[in-house]
Structures are given as structure tokens and as C-alpha cells.
Design a protein around this ligand. Structure first.
Ligand code: SAM
Length: 194
């Protein structure tokens, strides 16, 4: 897909417009350490691995890790570490220069929940912020000085709240890119630690 050959899986998020909004706008320089939370098919981390040798990718969906591993092999990529778990739990004592997350940002009520691991890909709880809020609270503890967070969300999940949370936590944050769709705008937010 794009630069890479990618297999998909019914239980894992298929790369989509939001994936490419992140993958094609990475703020990574050679030598930087990079963490991608929620790697899905592994595609964003594969783009990151073209820019630096130090990439760690996680997911809470074990099917995603199996698929990402397959996709790394398919593309002869052997420099991405894969870890299983919830947000920063798999990298408890580690810090990174760049943290990436295409978040599960869709407002989801009980009728929209699907009963398998694919649910992790989109379920942002009633206001779309169930995972986003936890991510923004925990991410600063895992970021080196002058580090960068790049995350994707939707106008349906309150972009201003994200920008304000970063502001209060000592970041300069901005909407760096956006793409308008029929019922929402998908945004890439870059937050720079000052
Ligand atoms: C919108 S999908 C993005 C997948 C892939 N990065 C992409 O851009 O195509 C969100 C991903 O985050 C994962 N995820 C959701 N909640 C998570 C959590 N608490 N900790 C780690 N990963 C999580 C999902 O399993 C899913 O793979």
C-alpha cells in the first residue's frame, strides 16, 4: 500500500485516509526514538522505520501485532520492536523523542459496539475521547525533552479539548493537517513539548 505491500485482517483496522494523514506527515529525523501506539497493520511504523532505526510499535489487539509482524516480514523490515498492551503499559519505564497515535476517535454508544477486537480500532466511548484523554494525560511521562506527539482524531471528538489539554501540560499544539469528509473533519495534531 503506497510504498509497501500490506496484508489485511478482518479483526484489524484497514489502513485508511487517517492512516496516511499520519504516515505522510511524520516529524521524524534520523536517530530519533519513536513509539507508535495502536499500530494496527503496522503501516505507520513502517513509514517511520524509513526515517529512523529506533521504532517501537504497540497494540491492545493481539491480532494487530500478528498482522504487523507479517507485514514487516513481507517488506523485509526488521528494525521495529512490537509490544502488546494498553497504551503505555508495555513501555512503562521508557521515553521517546516522538510518540504517534491514530486514535480510536469515533463517538460510540452501546448500539455501535461490535463484539470483537476490531472494536478497539474506533470505539472512543460516548464522546469519542475515552482513549484520547488517557493518552494525552500519560504521554508526557514517556516523552523526552523537546519531544513531539503526533495524533489523529476527528472534529466529532472535540479538537479544541485536545489542544487545551496539551496547552495545560506544557506543549505548543496545533492542527497541522486536516481532511474534510461528509460528516467530519479528520485532523493531525502535532504537540511540541517546551
Ligand atoms: C484507528 S486504528 C489505527 C491503526 C493504524 N495505526 C493505522 O493508522 O492504520 C487505532 C488502533 O489503536 C489500537 N488501540 C485502541 N486502544 C488502544 C489502547 N488503549 N492501547 C493500545 N492500542 C490501542 C487499536 O487496536 C487500533 O489498532
Amino acid at each position: 500500500m503506497g510504498k509497501f505491500e500490506i496484508e489485511t485482517d478482518d479483526l484489524v483496522y484497514n489502513p485508511s485516509d487517517d492512516t496516511f494523514l499520519l504516515a505522510e506527515n511524520l516529524e521524524i529525523k534520523e536517530g530519533m526514538s519513536v513509539l507508535e501506539i495502536g499500530t494496527g497493520s503496522g503501516l505507520v511504523s513502517m513509514y517511520a522505520s524509513l526515517l529512523t532505526d529506533d521504532v517501537t510499535a504497540t497494540d491492545i489487539n493481539y491480532n494487530a501485532l500478528e498482522l504487523a509482524e507479517k507485514n514487516f516480514k513481507l517488506n523485509n523490515i526488521d528494525n521495529i520492536k512490537l509490544k502488546f498492551g494498553d497504551l503505555f503499559e508495555p513501555v512503562k519505564n521508557e521515553k521517546f523523542d516522538v510518540i504517534l497515535f491514530n486514535t480510536p476517535y469515533l463517538p460510540t454508544d452501546s448500539d455501535d459496539i461490535i463484539n470483537d477486537d476490531l472494536n478497539y480500532a474506533f470505539d472512543g466511548g460516548l464522546d469519542g475521547r475515552k482513549v484520547i484523554d488517557r493518552f494525552i494525560e500519560e504521554a508526557p511521562n514517556h516523552l523526552n525533552d523537546k519531544g513531539i506527539i503526533q495524533m489523529i482524531q476527528s472534529s466529532l471528538s472535540d479538537n479544541d479539548k485536545t489542544l487545551n489539554m496539551f496547552d495545560r501540560n506544557g506543549f505548543i499544539a496545533e492542527i497541522a493537517q486536516s481532511e474534510r469528509f461528509f460528516f467530519e473533519e479528520i485532523v493531525l495534531i502535532n504537540a511540541y513539548k517546551i
